[in-house]
Design a protein around this ligand. Structure first.
Ligand code: G3P
Ligand code: MG
Length: 231
């Protein structure tokens, strides 16, 4: 089962920061997850919310900030909101990266950005997974960049995923821990799709998803799970 560091090692470090991603990789996580929005000057930046209110020392919408101005904010422990480019350069192929399309318009922007980045750095498209609750953004992304693996995110129980999964040639169905059951795991697997589960933060939950045959888990505590595996 793949352990994915959710917003980095965000249980111990400020979420979606270079520090959080570096710590996750150091602890042995083979994959990280991050969220993207576009800022006022058009660059893709790594932050969960569409405002800076919760995670920094300032207020306002992401799309009202230039990249230069975002750089001045403190996202915790003197970390800044990184651009997607900075995170990719930091990771430097040491871990796979699940990029979650949060903001409107990110599907189109990411398709161009990631295609160029992979070409320039000679990185395989399979080093990335692209996911979103915004299924229209996934459609736009897949139309423009069809070779990247896609994960379809669902807030609740995914009832009708088959058609969309076919259209997107999806790799996984990404479901919340609360929606999980063995029936659902079997149903998703019967369509040759993986089951990825967010957000699993205790050892008890970890053992449960393992028993159910889940393929990947998102966790804020990657170190806890990586170490429990060694025992
Ligand atoms: O992709 C899993 C998880 O990140 C989805 O929820 O709100 O943490 O982005 P959220
Ligand atoms: Mg996310």
């Amino acid at each position: 089962m793949l352990i994915i560091a959710h917003r980095g090692a965000s249980g111990h470090f400020p979420e979606n920061t270079l520090l959080s991603f570096e710590e996750a990789i150091k602890t042995g996580a083979k994959a990280i997850e991050l969220d993207i929005h576009a800022c006022k000057t058009g660059e893709l930046v790594v932050i969960h919310d569409d405002t800076v209110n919760r995670t920094t020392n300032k207020k306002g919408n992401i799309d009202n900030y230039s990249l230069l101005d975002l750089n001045k904010l403190n996202a915790g422990k003197n970390e800044k909101i990184p651009s997607l480019l900075e995170v990719l350069n930091l990771v430097n192929s040491r871990a796979k990266i699940n990029i979650e399309l949060k903001g409107k318009g990110t599907g189109k922007k990411l398709a161009a950005f990631l295609t160029d980045y992979c070409k320039a750095h000679n990185i395989k498209h399979s080093n990335f997974y692209i996911s979103s609750f915004r299924h229209n953004e996934l459609k736009t992304f897949h139309h423009l960049a069809p070779d990247f693996p896609i994960g379809i995110l669902y807030h609740f129980y995914p009832r009708h995923f088959v058609m969309l999964a076919k259209k997107l040639k999806a790799h996984s169905i990404n479901v919340s821990f609360s929606a999980l059951s063995s029936t659902l795991v079997n149903k998703i697997h019967s369509h040759n799709l993986e089951v990825w589960v967010y957000t699993v933060n205790t050892i008890e939950q970890y053992h449960k998803v393992e028993r159910l045959g889940v393929d990947a888990v998102f966790t804020n505590f990657p170190k806890l799970f990586v170490e429990s595996r060694k025992k």
